[in-house]
Write a protein that binds this ligand. Structure first.
Ligand SMILES: Cc1ncc(COP(=O)(O)O)c(C=O)c1O
Length: 489
C-alpha cells in the first residue's frame, strides 16, 4: 500500500527539454534549523515547512505512475536498502539519455555551448535548495568519496607546507565511512597528521550522548599537545545509521579552535533538510544519487566562502580548468559522460509531482520508516536503535537475540540469506555488547544484531512484512546465523 492519497496538487511544471532553463521550480524553503531537530538542534516545534504555493496545476502522481517510474526494479525483491545505492526514476533516466544523445549528436557544439550552462543551471538549483550564499560555493562532483579527497588533500598540503604540525589531528566518529577513513590514511597520516576517533554511542537515546562523547574526543586532542585541524562529522552515519546533531557539534568545534569542519552528508539531500548557511560547516557534501533520485553518480560539494579559502581547494583529477575555482575544475575532469550532472532540473520535475515536493517526500519517508521500524521491533520483541527524531528515512531495528549474531561474518551470512532465500535486500549490522554493559536486551538475551531499513517512495508495507516474516521463519526453524549456509554476498 502506498502512502499517497490526495488526488490533485499544485505544482510547477518544467519541460523535459534540457535546453530549457527556467527558474528553480520552487523558491528555497525558509524553515530554519530550530524547526528540525534532525538538522542539529532540538526544539519543541518540529513541524515541516510548506514550500511556496506554485502556480500551475497538475495531477498528483498516482500509484500506478510511481510503479511505472520504478518499473526497472527487479520484481520480487523487497528493496528496503535505498540508503546504499538510491534509486532513479524512469523520467530522470529518460532525461539523462536525452542529454547523452544530445552530446553524441554534436559533441563539439555540446562541449562548447551547452555543457557549462547545463551544469551551472544544476548548481543554481542546488544552491537554492541548500540555501548556500553563492553559487560559486557549490560544485558538482561524482560522489562523497571524491569530495573527501578534495577536502583531505587540501589538509594534507597544509601539513606538507609546514602550516600544521606533527601531532595535529583530524577528529572523526569511529563509524565514519570506511572510504573516508582510508582517505585520511592516504592523504593526511603520511604527512604527519594523527586521527582522533570518537565512539558514536549506539543504541543512542539523545543528542546529548553524542555531544558528550565528541567533547571527550576534543579533550583527547588537547592532551596530545596538538591542535585539531579538521573535524569530519557525518550528518547521517552509514552503519549504524543515526542523524548526528551537526550544528551543535560545529558550534563546539568553533569554541574549541578546530580549524575546519567537513560534514559528510552522503545520505542527507532528499532525506533531511539541509541549510548550509545555518549548519555553518566549511565543507558539506551530499550524494544526489542516494535520496535525491539522480542516476549514478553525482554529489554536490559546498565550500563555504570558496573565493576566500585561499584558492587551495582543488579537484583530485587535474585538467584544463586547474586554478579556475572548484566549480570549474569539477565541471571538466576530461572527456567523459556528464549527463548525471545535467539531470537536476528533471529531478525537480519528478519530485514536484508529489504532494509537498521533496519536503513532502522526506516527511512521509520519515514517518513511514519509523512506523515500519516500530512494527518490526514490536513483532520481534526488540527496539529501535535511536529515537525517531534521530533518524531521517533510515532507521536501525534490533534483531531478536535468538538469531545468535556474534560477528560481522554472521551479519553477512544473514544478509545474503535474506537476499537469496527470502528476496529481501537489507543491510545487517553486528555490534558486540561492550564490557560492563547491561543492555540492549530482549527477553532471551543481548541484542547484538540490527537491520537498517530505508523507506523511499516506491516501498510498500509488504516489503517490511516480508522482512518480518523472514526473520520469524528463521527463528521458528530454530536457526541461528551460524547455521545459515554461506552464500555469495
Ligand atoms: C556516510 C557516507 N559517507 C560517504 C559515502 C561514500 O559515498 P560514495 O560511494 O558515493 O562516494 C557513503 C556511502 O554510502 C556514506 O554512507
Amino acid at each position: 500500500m502506498f502512502w499517497f492519497c490526495s488526488p490533485v496538487k499544485l505544482v510547477f511544471t518544467l519541460p523535459q527539454n534540457p535546453n530549457f532553463f527556467p527558474h528553480p521550480p520552487f523558491s528555497h524553503h525558509t524553515m530554519n534549523e530550530d524547526e528540525d531537530p534532525r538538522n542539529g538542534v532540538v526544539s519543541e516545534n518540529n513541524h515541516h515547512h510548506t514550500p511556496k504555493k506554485p502556480k500551475l496545476t497538475q495531477p498528483i502522481i498516482s500509484e500506478p505512475e510511481i510503479r511505472e517510474e520504478f518499473s526497472h526494479h527487479q520484481p520480487g525483491i523487497a528493496r528496503i536498502n535505498n540508503g546504499s545505492f538510491g534509486s532513479c526514476p524512469r523520467s530522470v533516466l529518460t532525461s539523462q539519455n536525452t542529454w547523452l544523445l544530445r552530446f553524441l549528436s554534436q559533441p563539439d557544439d555540446f562541449h562548447s555551448n551547452t555543457l557549462r550552462t547545463g551544469i551551472s543551471h544544476s548548481r543554481a538549483l542546488i544552491k537554492t535548495l541548500i540555501n548556500a550564499q553563492n553559487v560559486d560555493d557549490v560544485s558538482l562532483v561524482d560522489n562523497a568519496t571524491t569530495a573527501a579527497a578534495i577536502v583531505l588533500q587540501q589538509i594534507g598540503r597544509r601539513f606538507a607546507r609546514g602550516e600544521f604540525c606533527r601531532n595535529d589531528a583530524v577528529i572523526i566518529f569511529h563509524c565514519a565511512y570506511q572510504a573516508v577513513k582510508k582517505s585520511i590514511l592516504a592523504y593526511v597520516t603520511p604527512v604527519g597528521g594523527s586521527v582522533i576517533e570518537v565512539r558514536l554511542p549506539f543504541p543512542v537515546r539523545s543528542n546529548d550522548e553524542i555531544i558528550e562523547e565528541f567533547r571527550k574526543g576534543l579533550e583527547r586532542g588537547r592532551e596530545n599537545g596538538g591542535r585539531v585541524r579538521l573535524a569530519i562529522l557525518d550528518h547521517i552515519t552509514s552503519m549504524p545509521s543515526v542523524v548526528v546533531p551537526v550544528k551543535e557539534l560545529i558550534g563546539i568545534c568553533r569554541e574549541n579552535g578546530v580549524d575546519q569542519v567537513f560534514v559528510d552528508g552522503a545520505h542527507a539531500i532528499g532525506s533531511l533538510r539541509i541549510d548550509v548557511s545555518e549548519i555553518g560547516a566549511d565543507f558539506y557534501v551530499s550524494n544526489l544519487y542516494k535520496w535525491f533520485f539522480s542516476p549514478p553518480s553525482v554529489a554536490f560539494l559546498y565550500c563555504r566562502n570558496s573565493k576566500g579559502s585561499d584558492g587551495d581547494v582543488h579537484h583530485p583529477v587535474v585538467s584544463h580548468e586547474y586554478g579556475n575555482g572548484l566549480p570549474a575544475e569539477s565541471a571538466w575532469v576530461g572527456a567523459r559522460d556528464y549527463s548525471p550532472q545535467l539531470v537536476v532540473p528533471a529531478i525537480f520535475d519528478f519530485v514536484n509531482r508529489f504532494e509537498g515536493g521533496i519536503e513532502g517526500i522526506m516527511k512521509r519517508n520519515h514517518e513511514e520508516v519509523v512506523k515500519m521500524g516500530s512494527m518490526l521491533a514490536e513483532s520481534w520483541g526488540t527496539m529501535l536503535g535511536s529515537p525517531p527524531e534521530m533518524c531521517a528515512s533510515m532507521i536501525m531495528v534490533g534483531l531478536p537475540s535468538r538469531i545468535g549474531m556474534t560477528s560481522d561474518d554472521d551479519a553477512m551470512r544473514l544478509r545474503s540469506h535474506l537476499r537469496v532465500y527470502h528476496g529481501v535486500e537489507v543491510p545487517v549490522y553486528h555490534q558486540a555488547v561492550r564490557d560492563g554493559e547491561t543492555d540492549p536486551r530482549d527477553k532471551d538475551g543481548y541484542i547484538t544484531g540490527y537491520v537498517r531499513i530505508s523507506h523511499q517512495v516506491y516501498n510498500t508495507v509488504e516489503d517490511y512484512l516480508k522482512l518480518k516474516n523472514a526473520i520469524n521463519q528463521i527463528l521458528e526453524e530454530g536457526k541461528t546465523c551460524k547455521m545459515l549456509p554461506k552464500e555469495r554476498t
